[in-house]
Design a protein around this ligand. Structure first.
Ligand code: NAD
Length: 488
C-alpha cells in the first residue's frame, strides 16, 4: 500500500502509518509467540526466499538504484548490493546451525558433581525493526535481514526515502515473497522513519548517520528497545614511510571513487609523511585517472544522490578553498562539470587543510579527499585519538612495528591493512562502529548473537544444596563456617 502522490511522499500520513505499523508489529509478535519454537528449516527457508528474490530481481533492483542515483553502474550495484548480499545469505545458511547451538557452561565446584547444569541458549528476540539508508539500499536492508532471520526473528523494514524507486520495489518484492507476519516494508519520509523508531520492537537496527542515530536511540530508549547502530564518521588512512605509494594510491582511489565516495567506510582523509606528500597525492591521482579516464559520460562512475547532497559537497570544497586549501580536481578528461545536471563530481583532493574547514569537521561522504601531513606517525595517531572514534581505519606500509603501533594506539570499528574498506566484505568478521561511529555489530557469529537473546538456563539438582551448604535459615554456626570457607 503506497502512500505517495506524483512521486512525493504524501504529507500528513504519519498518524495513519503509525497505527498501520503498530498493527503490523502486534501481528508479527502474536505470530512469533504462537509459532515458537519455529524449526531451523523455516528460518533457512526465509533466507532462501530472500536470496531467490535478490537473484530473480537483480536487474530490476539495479535499474531502480541507477534511476534513484541519477546514474549508478549496474555492475557496481550487482557487486555491492546483490552478489555481496546473496553471498552473505549463503554464509548464514552454512553456519547458522552451529551458531544456534546451545553453549554448555561451567557450574562452580562441586555443583557439577551433584548434577547441576548450566547452558546458554541463543533464542530469537521476536520482532526486529530495520531502518536502512540510501547509499547501498539493498545490501543494507537485506544484509541485516539475513541475520535477523537466521536468529529466528521476524522483521519490519523502513528503507530510505532518498532511494524511493528501490524502496518501493523492495516493498513489493517483500510483500510477494513473505507473509506480513514474517516480514513487511513501510516506505515513507522522515516522519514515518521517526514514528517507526518509536515502535516497541524487540530490537532495532539502524544504519545511517550519527546525527539520526542519536535520534533513533532516544526514540528507542522510551521503550527500552535495544539498538544496533551502524553509523558513519571520518575514517582515516595512515600512509607509513614504507608504503608503496603507487599501489596505495590505486587502492585508495578505488575505495574513494566507488559509489562516488558515498560509502560509510570510504577513506575520509589521508595522513601522509611530509616528505612523501607529493608522491602520495600523485598515487591517488594516477589511480583515479587509470580507472576513470572520463567521468561525465562514464557509466562506471556514480552520481551524487540528490541536489542537496551535491550542493553540500560543492560548498565543502569552496569552504576549504576560501580558508586556504590547495584544491586539486582529478579531471583527466578535462571535462566541463559546470554545465551539467548529472550531479557528477570529480575526485577533489584538498591539500594544506586546517581543522576549521568543514571538510575536516564532518564526515565527507563524497569524492572529496583532504590530505594531512605528519613528521612523525605519532602526530597522526594523536590527531585521530583526539576525535570521534572512526568506523574504519586504514594503514598502508610494510613496517610491521609501525603497523602494530598504529593499531595498538588507536580505536576504530574495524581495520583494513594495506587497503581500504575490505574488512566489511569478510562475512566472518563482525562489522560495526564504536561510540559515535556505532554500537553493536552484525556479520559473523556476532551478528547472530546481536539478534538473539542469550538466555541463561540453570538446572538445580535434586539434592537440597542451600541446606547442605548451610545457606538456609535458620542461620547458625554452619552458615558462619560456610561463609568463612567461601571467603578464604
Ligand atoms: P540518514 O541518517 O539520513 O538516514 C537513514 C535512515 O534514517 C533513513 O531510512 C531515514 O528515513 C531514517 N530517518 C530519518 N530521520 C529519522 C528520524 N528522525 N528517526 C528515525 N529514522 C530517521 O542516513 P543516510 O543519509 O541515508 O546515510 C548516510 C549515512 O549513513 C552516513 O553517515 C554513513 O556513514 C552512514 N552509513 C553507515 C553504514 C554502516 O554500516 N555503518 C552504512 C551506510 C551508511
Amino acid at each position: 500500500m503506497l502512500r505517495r502522490s506524483e512521486g512525493k511522499w504524501r504529507a500528513g500520513m504519519a498518524e495513519d502509518r503509525t497505527s498501520e505499523m503498530e498493527a503490523a508489529l502486534r501481528k508479527q509478535r502474536a505470530a512469533h509467540n504462537q509459532m515458537r519454537p519455529e524449526p531451523m528449516g523455516l528460518r533457512k527457508n526465509r533466507i532462501e526466499r530472500a536470496i531467490k528474490l535478490l537473484k530473480d530481481h537483480a536487474d530490476d533492483l539495479c535499474r531502480a538504484m541507477s534511476a534513484d542515483f541519477g546514474n549508478r553502474s549496474p555492475q557496481q550495484s550487482m557487486m555491492t548490493d546483490i552478489v555481496g548480499t546473496v553471498n552473505f545469505g549463503k554464509y548464514c545458511l552454512k553456519h547458522m546451525d552451529r551458531w544456534a547451538r546451545a553453549d554448555k557452561r561451567h557450574v562452580q565446584f562441586p555443583l557439577g558433581l551433584l548434577g547441576a547444569k548450566a547452558e546458554v541458549r541463543y533464542e530469537p528476540k521476536g520482532v526486529i525493526g530495520i531502518l536502512s539508508p540510501w547509499n547501498f539500499p539493498v545490501n543494507l536492508t537485506f544484509g541485516p535481514l539475513m541475520q535477523v532471520f537466521a536468529a529466528g526473528n521476524r522483521a519490519m523494514i523502513k528503507p530510505s526515502e532518498f532511494t524511493e524507486k528501490t524502496s518501493i520495489l523492495m516493498e513489493r518484492l517483500i510483500a510477494d515473497n513473505f507473509t506480513p507476519d514474517e516480514c513487511v516494508v513501510f516506505t515513507g519520509g522522515p516522519d514515518v522513519a521517526a514514528a517507526f523508531a518509536e515502535l516497541p520492537f524487540d530490537h532495532l537496527v539502524f544504519t545511517g548517520s550519527t546525527g539520526t542515530g542519536r535520534k533513533v536511540m532516544e526514540a528507542a530508549a522510551k521503550n527500552l528497545v535495544p539498538v544496533t547502530l551502524e553509523l558513519g564518521g571520518k575514517s582515516p588512512v595512515f600512509l607509513g614511510e614504507s608504503a608503496d605509494f603507487a599501489k596505495a594510491g590505486e587502492r585508495i582511489a578505488m575505495g574513494k571513487m566507488m559509489n562516488a565516495g558515498q560509502i560509510c567506510l570510504a577513506p575520509d582523509y589521508l595522513y601522509v609523511p611530509e616528505s612523501k606528500a607529493d608522491e602520495a597525492v600523485h598515487g591517488v591521482w594516477q589511480g583515479t585517472a587509470d580507472m576513470y579516464p572520463s567521468l561525465l559520460e562514464n557509466d562506471d562512475y556514480a552520481s551524487i544522490v540528490t541536489d542537496r547532497h551535491f550542493d553540500r559537497l560543492q560548498s565543502m570544497v569552496e569552504d576549504a578553498r576560501d580558508k586556504g586549501a590547495e584544491v586539486i580536481e582529478v579531471n583527466p578528461g578535462n571535462e566541463d562539470f559546470s554545465n551539467t545536471n548529472a550531479r557528477k563530481m570529480p575526485l577533489t583532493i584538498l591539500r594544506n587543510v586546517t581543522d576549521d574547514m568543514q571538510a575536516m569537521q564532518e564526515e565527507i561522504f563524497g569524492p572529496v579527499l583532504p590530505v594531512k601531513t605528519y613528521s612523525h606517525i605519532d602526530e597522526a595517531i594523536d590527531y585521530v585519538n583526539e576525535r570521534d572514534r572512526p568506523l574504519g581505519l586504514y594503514y598502508f606500509g610494510s613496517d610491521s612495528n609501525e603497523e602494530e603501533r598504529v593499531l595498538r594506539k588507536t580505536i576504530s570499528g574495524g581495520v583494513t591493512v594495506n587497503d581500504v574498506i575490505f574488512h566489511v566484505s569478510m562475512d566472518d568478521l563482525p562489522f560495526g562502529g564504536v561510540g559515535p561511529s556505532g554500537m553493536g555489530s552484525y556479520h559473523g557469529v556476532e551478528g547472530f548473537r546481536e539478534f538473539s537473546h542469550a538466555r541463561s538456563i540453570y538446572s538445580q539438582p535434586k539434592i537440597d544444596l542451600a541446606k547442605l551448604a548451610g545457606f538456609k535459615p535458620p542461620y547458625g554456626g554452619k552458615t558462619d563456617k560456610a561463609i568463612a570457607g567461601q571467603m578464604k
